[in-house]
Ligand binder design. Structure first.
Ligand code: HEC
Length: 125
């Protein structure tokens, strides 16, 4: 009986771990949302330092999203969209550094479009 309980407890832990790996961390998406908003206003204000910091943060965050979908498997569009968003963030860092705020705004608009595309296909609610 004791062994059975132990086995069941271990199974519960395992199932929990698998489930956690399967779902995207909500805090991560919330951070992406906040950072993306901050980036838009920093670009609008032509704040080079703020825009650069936000865009670099988005690069890191989208790399995490990409890893999540690579690990999850069977989500090639999500992997592409994460990669594309990460590249756009890199483009923003460069554009802002060169004082090209129009180009930065265009890339920011494209990132927001990628958010919506991914949510259309992969967000359940
Ligand atoms: C590659 C796919 C992908 C991209 C790109 C993406 N998201 Fe998401 N996002 C998701 C998924 C999947 C969920 C829902 C997770 C779930 O339901 O398990 C989600 C959930 C969210 C949520 C809800 C979080 C909550 O607490 O309920 C917000 C807000 C959000 N995303 C914002 C953004 C913003 C802003 C961007 C772009 C800057 C973005 N996302 C880009 C896949 C993506």
């Amino acid at each position: 009986m004791r062994k059975l309980i132990m086995a069941m407890a271990m199974l519960a832990v395992l199932v929990g771990a698998v489930r956690a790996a399967d779902e995207l961390d909500m805090d991560l998406m919330q951070t992406i949302e906040d950072t993306n908003k901050s980036l838009s206003s920093n670009i609008a204000l032509k704040n080079v330092k703020g825009s650069t910091d936000d865009a670099k943060e988005l690069e890191t965050l989208f790399a995490k999203v990409e890893n999540h979908f690579v690990a999850k498997g069977d989500a090639p569009d999500a992997v592409d969209l994460s990669r594309k968003s990460k590249d756009l963030a890199t483009a923003i860092v460069k554009a802002v550094g060169a004082q090209q705020f129009d180009a930065a705004t265009d890339s920011a608009t494209e990132i927001s479009r990628a958010c919506r595309s991914c949510h259309t296909f992969y967000k359940k609610s």
